[in-house]
Design a protein around this ligand. Sequence first.
Ligand SMILES: Nc1nc2c(c(=O)[nH]1)N[C@H]1C(S)=C(S)[C@@H](COP(=O)(O)OP(=O)(O)OC[C@H]3O[C@@H](n4cnc5c(=O)[nH]c(N)nc54)[C@H](O)[C@@H]3O)O[C@H]1N2
Ligand SMILES: Nc1nc2c(c(=O)[nH]1)N[C@H]1C(S)=C(S)[C@@H](COP(=O)(O)OP(=O)(O)OC[C@H]3O[C@@H](n4cnc5c(=O)[nH]c(N)nc54)[C@H](O)[C@@H]3O)O[C@H]1N2
Ligand code: SF4
Ligand SMILES: [Mo]
Length: 905
Amino acid sequence: MTNQTMTRRSFVKAAGALGAAAGLGIQATGCFTKADSAYAEQAGEEKIYKTSCRACIASCAVLAHVRDGRVVKIEGNPESPMSQGGVCAKGLSGIQALYNPMRNKYPMKRVGERGTNNWERMSWDDALTEICTEINRVSDKYGSEAISVSTGGGGNPHFSNVKRFGEAINTPNVWEPGCSQCYLPRMAASILAYGAGKPNNLSFSDSNGWDFYFDDCKVTTIVLWGTDPSNSSVATGGRCLAELRARPQGLRTVVIDPRYTLDASKAEVWLPIRPGTDVALLLAWTRWIIDKKKYDEQFCKTWTNMPYLINPETRLTLKATEAGLEGTDKDYVVWDANTNQPVVVTDFPMNTDVDPELFGTHVVNGLECKSGGQLLKESCEEWTLEKAAEICWLDAAQIEKALEIYTDPDGQSAIMQGVAIDQYPQSQQSALGALNLEFLMGNVEKPGAMLQKFASAPCKDQLGNTPRLLTEAKVRKRCGYLEHKGLICWDMAHIPSVLRAMQYGDPYQIHMWIERSGNKHVVLGNSSCLDEVVPHLDTVVHIFMYPTAFSVMCADYLLPCTEWLETNLPIPQLNTIVMRQAVTHLFEGVEEGIIWTQIVQKCAELGNKHCPKAFDKDACHTTPFYKNEYEKQIQHLNKLDMTWDEACEEGVIKWAEPEEYRTYYTYLNDDGTGKPKGFGTPSKKLEVYCESNIILGRTGYPWAQCDETAHLTLEPASKDYEPLAYYEEPAESPLTDTEYPLVLTEGRLPMYHHGTLRNVPWLREIYPVPEMWIHPDDAAKYGISDGEWVDIESRRGKTHGRARVTTAIAKGVVYQERFWAPELLDSDHPDQAYKVMNINVLTKNDPPYNPEYGTYTLRGFQVKVSPSNDAILNEVWTEPEQFEPWLPEYSDPTDDVFDYGAPAK
Ligand SMILES: Nc1nc2c(c(=O)[nH]1)N[C@H]1C(S)=C(S)[C@@H](COP(=O)(O)OP(=O)(O)OC[C@H]3O[C@@H](n4cnc5c(=O)[nH]c(N)nc54)[C@H](O)[C@@H]3O)O[C@H]1N2
Ligand SMILES: Nc1nc2c(c(=O)[nH]1)N[C@H]1C(S)=C(S)[C@@H](COP(=O)(O)OP(=O)(O)OC[C@H]3O[C@@H](n4cnc5c(=O)[nH]c(N)nc54)[C@H](O)[C@@H]3O)O[C@H]1N2
Ligand code: SF4
Ligand SMILES: [Mo]
């Protein structure tokens, strides 16, 4: 293998003008073959492989047409239960991503200063030896917590791999930019209030809402609350909603979104809410439902903890012993409306002769106790429709109309809650507030409800559990862990705390960063802070398919990983398993799981002593690092009695009939004693008054663990986590900010996934630069015309967008999505690749944070706008012909770098 110095700059130019091989200084045989028109005639027979797309988190089944090892066409696979043959622009662009001339082809090492973009090719063995020597050095000298590992993916199927990797190299500082800002708040709130078990929550864009994908689904009404499935799950959720609407019975929808989205255009009511104020509206909905007695009274009395009395001293449910009644310190107490006295709940779900009061305050054993329901009622007392209308910039009559639709007694309604509510400090409050609406309405496990516990697939999309290898002392070193205990649910560190440790050595210095995803500058809040953070690090490794601004500005080593057409994974989807299989393999790209495995093995070989259990093949059977990844996948599949090849041949494997899969009302099932089993919370009831949230903040229960104990009891966070939703005005608020008068928010673009695909010609042709949506009244006020470039500034920085003047955005609000310009990596100012049109240089990663998860503010903060004349904008590519250098650079398949028994192609 040649070990030749080259510059990325010459590489990119060469890729366009001469073919990439010239840039690399190696022979243009084998690895690099220009697309040539004669190829089609010479090529052999076309084979069609059943696989699935991974250009976003939806995993649509597709058919990949392959000729002589080259992928020549992608189309949808109609057997897919969620996409049913649909594919979106990102999926169809898979070929342009796979054969993109920018691909990282070999391991590379930086030569010269960071940011100068000079790289030297290395062998995998040399790269692993250098990186693992550094891991061992840092661990020996500073402690292994001085290494931070990050991943991405937004619904990353290899999420547990990276956590296992952290455990194996003995660092607690693993993180991901979604997490506190994505899905964790909605998912963890649901575990606390609805119960452990199969992950299940209100997020439709994370592939929940399973019942809706069946033709006979009973849903009649959907509230899309801060979610935009037609753009964020184009071929699955978006398609599904369109088909539900097209049924003869139709679908009534309410959309709560500052933008007039595709789904809003089909809705009966659109509530263009001020970003960041959702909890105010949730509280007003709760109040109205209670006031108008729209809730399902019998369900609430039987299946929620609303009637349970709360001890005002502990803030937890009052127990029989505290009430001075006969019973234990585990027995709950309700107020019986029949006898007008406190009664211990002795029968599950409720004593037959008792009529438990939902709302009330009573003195019991000298304590003034309110019921959970009473505390809920008081929490929303001030939130009249008028007050919510004022705070949320809405019309009270429209709010009421939406409520009439949601609570229509003749329908079956559901709330879908999107990532918008996860992206400001009220994340947990929004999640709990929305769950409570569904609980009040009894929208739980009924046909047509969003919340379901359907049967689980005999296969996981994550390979195995994360083994607990870290000691208590090590777990306690996880940055931000004690204050934001919700993070423990995913064993993740708090991003701003990690960055603080990197930059200021507070509470200790982090020295090394291993990052596996796209462009952290595009996805992290206030991302230009990396300019200050990274110089304090000794070593940064970036594992990705292409160089990004992060590679150029921050990395010392680049490791090439595979595109989705080169990867393998079985994915559970409703009552099927959708297979992903590698249909080709290019250059020296390596699948993510195998990279982690290789690093752990090499660390061990080089004498790493920090986590002997991870390196001991026999002691840690749950750690697959020494195992064959494919074997592991086949083990999952073997519950189906199939080989990997047989499964791939079938592509979409049905493991249950719909009626076996759609198990409604699971809480009514017998628990083995003749009683219903209830829900997976400690009380087996739906926790409307979420005392589990208080307990989490005080102790870390139910998630805190280490290798030594099943449950680790942690010291309390600085303040109690609240059991009920409450509203807080955003820290930067248009109500008080005169300097930065407009509220900024974001939402998905259907042609990109986070920071990806900005180097794909087809997609940049459709959407070359980010649009900044602004209302005509605001545009007039700030002198902005449609189509012109705009300066957008916040207290953190400045970026640009191209104005779209439209009434499809609420007045006082502007919208723009994250973006970057790979074309500028090859300029004298590569930092502009991520600064020029990326709203994440404007977002906030400083306090206030959400108490539970440490969520920072990506949506709902203040900016100002003005027309722009910045010269840098002339360097941004906007015309189709400019993207030509990124047209596919076809090449023939290569052998896998490491032999992990990948099926031969
Ligand atoms: N301002 C603002 N910032 C945001 C958001 C926002 O709405 N506004 N959204 C936030 C959200 S919701 C999220 S989830 C984050 C996303 O942040 P990241 O996940 O860091 O985003 P990317 O890395 O750009 O995109 C996902 C990458 O995952 C790669 N990938 C695919 N499969 C795998 C895999 O198996 N393993 C790994 N490691 N990677 C894989 C894809 O190639 C893709 O490059 O950004 C957050 N940042
Ligand atoms: N094409 C594409 N698909 C994706 C992704 C992608 O990057 N690209 N990312 C994937 C990931 S990781 C995620 S998390 C999901 C997210 O998918 P969704 O949950 O659908 O999230 P978004 O489209 O980001 O935001 C939803 C809507 O929230 C609105 N909104 C903005 N601020 C507020 C607010 O304060 N309140 C309310 N009520 N609404 C607000 C936006 O206008 C937007 O229409 O998408 C997934 N699918
Ligand atoms: S929605 Fe598009 S990008 Fe996402 S998995 Fe499906 S085809 Fe791929
Ligand atoms: Mo996400």
